[in-house]
Design a protein. Structure first.
Length: 537
């Protein structure tokens, strides 16, 4: 579970989750978690290579694909969109996911009218006030996911990727992560780096051969590219073992004499992937550093390596990959440690993005504080997931993967609150895993334990061929499908009640309102541009 996919081992995440819980309100009445998307504008664009085998927005698939089964909770997520260029009262397109069986279901359009009501739950949209620009939503590529994909027949595999990446027939994932060499879900073989020859500072033995295999990352990413366009960022759990003082002794600092070799290692990786048709858009040098689980490299050392070695080498080699800082294990640690180096005004100018993980679950205030300190630097929540034995709020430890649609409510509220706090991007860890929450790689000296089952966005049963879209998939899709890269969050206020909502304006001018109803069904109004529409959430 690294920062790039899930670079933090499950055991580590589980430990962190046990420390921090989000106490969600328990209610004897059914909850309605509705996501509503309001869109004004042109129809959502997208492309795909072939016809879909199954639909991601219907239940009871007969093709071996299924979505989350409705739970006892009446929770919906809705998305509404409308065209502000229309001369008459705009028609609002409504999309809903709910335990009754709606999955990204397009509902009957609702129109704005010149009328004001006094609804208890009122949402006021003001597009004249804008906040952060959105860079995308998505999940992570790992060998484990490709192994699952290869267990399906080709038509099923293509349909699954279409449901993840296509903007018309799928979730339109636009911001993705890939590990740089091995992580805890590099399941196609033993632990590896791109150069396991000790002392080879010239990188004569550098090779991405493992990634080119049938279960390799290059194959996985290139297949996904057939169904959508996405930004790709990477991070690394460990450099080659020989660059460390002593992995076996727990001396996991990088030897300074290898800093230049490490810069070349990064550059060769980026060039090798580019040769295969894959652009690495962002590099965050180390995943969850300075916490004792992976490397013990401090942020001050990362600053030194970046400023004096990586950046000069990238300039020399004409590499345009942008540098990120962070991959902190959680939001609060990011707030605690990142400013110590980012307060340097010269260094701050070369950092494109701040990246933090979500394993403190509800410390959205830390995102808000980072955004306040560095308003011109985008912040990504770049990794989070459930792990076996994790103290998952509000349930405590539970078996993963999780099939209940109601689980999506937890993730939907997390995404919403990260965005409302100032985050520009949101990336989950494993995109695809099997029915056991794996397969995973065991390498204890690299922090990857034996029992490391985790929860993915999509579950593939490698025995039966059944594909299950989790509640997480649908809640995440209500953001990724409708809020496109380049959108801006706009002001949305009102008497919220138990509604959690945010509004956006896309590059094509389309307005989007995403609403999660965390309570029973309720009627409310949405006011925009001196007009109003009434809707039952």
């Amino acid at each position: 579970m690294k920062s790039i996919h899930q670079y933090v081992p499950i055991a580590f995440r589980a430990r962190n989750r046990a420390d921090k819980q989000i106490p969600l309100r328990q209610n004897k009445f059914p909850l309605l978690a509705v996501v509503i998307i309001l869109v004004f504008g042109l129809s959502i664009s997208g492309f795909y290579k072939q016809n879909v085998l199954f639909s991601c927005n219907k239940t009871n698939q007969s093709s071996g694909i299924s979505d989350s089964n409705p739970s006892s909770l009446d929770e919906n997520i809705s998305a509404l969109n409308w065209n502000t260029k229309q001369t008459a009262f705009p028609q609002v397109q409504v999309y809903v996911s709910s335990p009754e069986g709606d999955r990204l279901a397009k509902k009957e359009s609702v129109a704005f009218i010149n009328k004001r009501t006094d609804k208890k739950n009122r949402i006021l949209i003001d597009e004249s006030s804008t906040f952060q620009q959105i860079e995308g939503f998505g999940a992570s590529f790992n060998e484990a996911g490709m192994i699952c994909l290869n267990s399906l027949n080709s038509r099923q595999a293509d349909s699954l990727l279409q449901c993840l990446f296509d903007t018309v027939n799928g979730a339109g994932f636009s911001l993705m992560k890939t590990p740089l060499a091995a992580c805890d879900f590099s399941s196609a073989g033993p632990w590896y780096s791109y150069n396991d020859t000790p002392g080879d500072t010239a990188m004569l033995h550098f090779s991405i051969e493992r990634d080119l295999g049938p279960n390799g990352l290059v194959n996985y990413i290139k297949k996904a590219q057939l169904f959508g366009r996405f930004t790709l960022h990477t991070t690394m759990d460990f450099p080659p073992d020989w660059m460390l003082y002593s992995l076996k002794k727990g001396e996991k600092h990088i030897k300074p004499e290898y800093y230049n070799a490490l810069a070349k290692y990064f550059a060769l990786y980026i060039k090798a992937y580019k040769f295969e048709g894959i652009n690495i858009d962002y590099l965050s040098p180390l995943n969850e550093p300075d916490n004792g689980w992976y490397t013990n490299v401090t942020y001050e050392a990362i600053k030194n390596i970046t400023w004096h070695y990586i950046l000069p080498f990238f300039r020399k080699e004409n590499i345009s990959t942008r540098i990120q800082l962070g991959e902190a294990v959680n939001r609060s640690e990011g707030l605690k440690k990142i400013p110590a180096v980012l307060d340097d005004p010269e260094f701050r100018q070369v950092i494109s993005t701040i990246t933090v993980h979500g394993y403190d679950w509800n410390r959205f205030d830390a995102i808000a504080e980072l955004h306040k300190k560095y308003p011109d630097i985008p912040i990504w929540m770049s990794e989070v997931c459930y792990a076996q034995a994790s103290n998952i709020p509000p349930h405590g430890p539970r078996k993963v993967p999780v099939y209940d649609f109601s689980d999506g409510q937890f993730w939907g509220n997390m995404i919403m609150n990260d965005l409302k706090s100032g985050a520009s991007g949101w990336i989950y860890w494993n995109m695809i895993l099997d029915e056991n929450g794996g397969p995973w790689l065991v390498s204890k000296e690299h922090g990857n334990p034996e029992n490391n089952a985790q929860h993915p966005v999509v579950i593939v049963n490698r025995t039966t061929g059944q594909v299950h879209f989790t509640g997480l998939y649908y809640y995440l899709a209500h953001f990724s499908k409708f809020v496109r890269p380049g959108a801006y969050r706009i002001k949305a206020t009102g008497n919220q009640g138990k509604l959690n909502f945010a509004a956006f304006i896309n590059p094509n001018g389309k307005k989007v309102l995403v609403v999660i109803n965390n309570d029973n069904k309720t009627e409310g109004s949405i006011q925009w541009n001196n007009q109003e529409m009434v809707y039952t959430f």
